[in-house]
Design a protein around this ligand. Structure first.
Ligand SMILES: Cc1ncc(COP(=O)(O)O)c(C=O)c1O
Length: 388
């Protein structure tokens, strides 16, 4: 039997040990954690809705009307009016025939891949896909072919060599790099090779596109056969859960076949009510996306001037590449000492040699918040040549 403390000590020595902060306030750009007031550039609450008064009021009203727990899976008696209304509103929002709620994005990915693939099928994965997409294909039992990040030529070559059921899996906005998958080419390749395409738009939905419909809208597209959209509700929506959007046959098929849909308790109905309030705000308050764009532009201009290595990202995810894990941890701690929270992201979450600070922006950040961040970076963090 392995000695667990030896494994843990090894991780510590490699600067890969993970710890948790205790948050003592709601999620927000200014928060209290471990006894200190901090300016945060950490969360995926991109639109600042996790602590919005209207979302909270909808949550409370939902609990009053429908109780706290759903008490059952969707297929027994857990599918309540708020769940159903939210599914219809999401489908209307993203422009598909149907949508289906899942308890988390992780489970939605597992559910879709498990339902669509088996041991005779092949999954095609971008090398930088989120862990839940990687696990989804792995657990489905399908053969897995990974292609270099965003490399459509390599993907086309791999698709051409394979017969049988094929599913291409990709992040819409890549969670650690912030760049956007080339959806027009992916949709075209899926069509040419009789493949389905699963786009995990956890970081795009609500944020990209003039109307907040995500990566598809960013390219002037809509999800629908062969493209399946996954959206998560725990990020820009500020609540919890996930959905799959697509055509009627797909959704009916998932209701019959997706094990992570069938064999789990439905989301609390109050979460669905809170999410309906978020969805209205996402549609009505375009200023939130405009504010994000302004903060991103200010940060990129300032950080570039300071000599930091940024990636080619126009989204709220703005990584500052520092190279080794120790440099990233030291930088994150130096910022923390100046009252600013930015996480260090290390392998295996990102490839070795590309450890980074993952700066993420929220609509509620102001220009002076960005200035404070830039000043702290200039003061505390050495610029590096990017490893990649
Ligand atoms: C790209 C991506 N997909 C899926 C997930 C998982 O979603 P959830 O947190 O709802 O399980 C995450 C992060 O949480 C993510 O970044």
């Amino acid at each position: 039997m392995r000695k667990l403390h030896e494994v843990l000590n090894e991780r510590r020595a490699q600067h890969l040990y993970r710890t948790r902060r205790i948050l003592e306030s709601p999620q927000g750009v200014e928060l209290r954690a471990d006894g200190a007031d901090l300016l945060s550039f950490c969360s995926n609450d991109y639109l600042g809705l996790a602590n919005d008064a209207r979302v909270i009021a909808a949550f409370k009203a939902g609990a009053e009307a429908y109780g706290v727990g759903s008490g059952s899976s969707h297929l027994i008696t857990g599918h309540q009016r708020p769940h159903h209304a939210l599914e219809e509103e999401i489908a209307a929002f993203v422009g598909t025939e149907r949508a289906l709620l899942f308890s988390t994005g992780y489970m939605a990915n597992l559910g879709v891949a498990g339902a669509l693939l088996d041991r005779r099928a092949t999954a095609f994965e971008d090398k930088l896909n989120h862990a839940s997409l990687i696990d989804a294909a792995r657990l489905s039992g399908a053969a897995v072919k990974r292609y270099p990040h965003l490399d459509m030529t390599q993907l086309a070559a791999r698709l051409a060599t394979v017969q049988g059921e094929k599913l291409i899996l990709t992040d819409g906005v890549f969670s650690m790099d912030g760049d956007v998958a080339p959806l027009p080419q992916l949709v075209a390749l899926a069509g040419q090779h009789d493949a389905r395409l699963l786009v995990d738009d956890a970081h795009g939905i609500g944020v990209l596109g003039a109307g907040g419909r995500g990566s598809f809208e960013h390219f002037g597209l809509r999800p629908g056969n062969p493209a399946i959209l996954l959206g998560t509700l725990g990020k820009a929506f500020g609540t919890f859960g996930a959905f799959i959007a697509g055509d009627d046959d797909l959704i009916e098929y998932l209701i019959q076949q997706a094990r992570t849909y069938i064999y789990t308790t439905a989301l609390p109905p109050a979460v669905a009510e809170a999410t309906r309030a978020s969805l209205r705000i996402i549609q009505e308050e375009g200023w939130r996306r405009e504010a994000l764009k302004e903060r991103i532009t200010e940060f990129r201009a300032g950080a570039t001037q300071l000599g930091f290595a940024l990636l080619d990202s126009s989204t709220p995810i703005q990584p500052v590449i520092l190279g080794d894990a120790e440099a990233a941890v030291t930088a994150s701690e130096a910022l923390r000492a100046r009252g600013i929270l930015v996480p260090a992201i290390r392998p295996p979450t990102v490839p070795a040699g590309s450890a980074r600070l993952r700066v993420s922006f929220c609509s509620l950040h102001t220009a002076s918040h960005v200035e404070r961040l830039l000043e702290a970076l200039a003061d505390a963090v050495q610029t590096q040549t990017p490893a990649a």
